[in-house]
Design a protein around this ligand. Sequence first.
Ligand code: BGC
Length: 337
Amino acid sequence: MKKTLAILLAAILVLSCFSFATAEAKTYKVGVSIYQYTDNFMTLYRNEIEAYFKTLETEDVKYEITMADGKNDMAEQTNQVRNFITQGMDVIILNLVQTSSADAVIDEIVAAGIPLVLINREPLAYDADGNTLDEKYEGILNNAQVCYVGADARQSGTFQGQMVADLENHGDINGDGKISYIMIEGDPENIDAQYRTTFSIKALTDAGYEVECLDDQVGNWDQTKGQELCANALSKYGDKIEVVFCNNDGMALGAETAIEAAGRKVGEDIYLLGVDALPEAIDLIKEGNMTGTVLNDHIGQSHAAVDVAVKLLNGEAIDNYYWVDYVMVNKAYVDAQ
Ligand code: BGC
């Protein structure tokens, strides 16, 4: 009888310890808003944010993630941010729809005392006409609770140009002494689009090559638009087009479909470059249907963003900028993997 009582008491003690431990587990509320769910690259990125937060959970610390689709609509995203504030999020991770709206949104989050990690779309300074200046954002990013995690898109553009320069004919297929190209751009407000457009060509001209721009169109990062723009350019300029530069792989996948439909062959009578290193683009490079891409490291970037969010939750000091390197991905690189 005495023994049974002792066992019972021990069991009660163990159980109460357990419930005590559960009661002690801290759950942090994390609000994440992505500019648009249909974006191929940001889909990989946001999935990795969730997966990585999960790996950091312990018995004592949990992360409750609320993920929202900004639907490429700044008004919609502003509402999401306001809901995050009302819901008392402990930290917010934000992939802005419009970097020109950074001030207003960041102000509201800071006023609510919530730490903020901006990702993928770097807010830069603007001039009076709304043009992006090639300068760091001087505003609220000086705040100890706000930072930006991203990659320097100048590097990705430069790698695209270098991959063309490295080809045996340096992209001059018809031997007329110049590289004739078309450019398919992402969202023009986005600094990644601006830098990739400029720096891909700068890498060629800096290396002493002559270039000719046949066409420069905005495809807004979108695969279908990339296909449509490339098909139009191919029917207009035909064999004159030697290189197709796309600001991202989404649009390059579309361009590749258009190139095949036009009876052209990448690596033989045309070259095709993208950025991101989406799995589909890697496959195309393996098959010889894409010349190269640049790894936009969504794993490195999402982990850096989550790590700094955790630091903020723990009240640790942070930097205002975190940079993750791009990597050149050509056939040799893919074959060596
Ligand atoms: C990526 C694009 C993506 C964009 C979204 C860029 O860094 O390369 O694929 O559409 O970010 O902002």
